[in-house]
Design a protein around this ligand. Sequence first.
Ligand code: DER
Length: 223
Amino acid sequence: GGSDAAKRRAGEAAAEQVVDGMVVGLGTGSTTAYAIRALGRAVEAGLDIRGIPTSFQSRALAREVGIPLTTLDDATPDVAIDGADQVADGDLVKGGGAAHAREKVVDAAADRFLVVADESKRADRLDHSIPVEVLPAAATTVEAAVRDLGGDPTLRLAERKDGPVVTDNGNLVLDCAFGALDAPGDLATRLSALPGCVEHGLFVGLADELYVGDDEDVTVERY
Ligand code: DER
């Protein structure tokens, strides 16, 4: 992945967009963590915001830095800040942290979805493997369906536990290689239709702004 300085630049630039009174979707991963820590400092200095976390990790970090929390039952996010594993023309592959199901709900609910990434995430076309969260009982069925769609599924195994990664929602993750995508929207629709697919990591047409950090600067793209 990219440099920590580049991730920090991107995260802090997006956090600057948050103003008093806002409800902020708090994404998951190491780049968004810089935004969450910046927001924590701003809250300490008097900024009045509430955060809606997207994972155990995001909630724990928000609590650690003192951001008051709310939920989608009680608030709609004005802004969501979240990372990505790959970005091409504003479309994203997400799910490296296996948090993409709740991330997509919060990111899509926000008036403005700000993506934060270091330059290593940029691509001309999306070709990153696509995480697909599946009901455990459906893993084998979805694997076969993914192969029928031309993909190559791999059950994501845990490192600090025997057996597979289990998501915050109690499900499993298939990392599905499809090669370079010409029509991410079509594949997204097909994956969403698979019985047993809880959520996939293609975020097509959802991002409103992209903050890309490199070793010197941060650039902003608006879609
Ligand atoms: O799991 C996720 O979707 C994360 O946002 C991931 O895509 C980016 O994580 P990173 O900022 O640690 O690379």
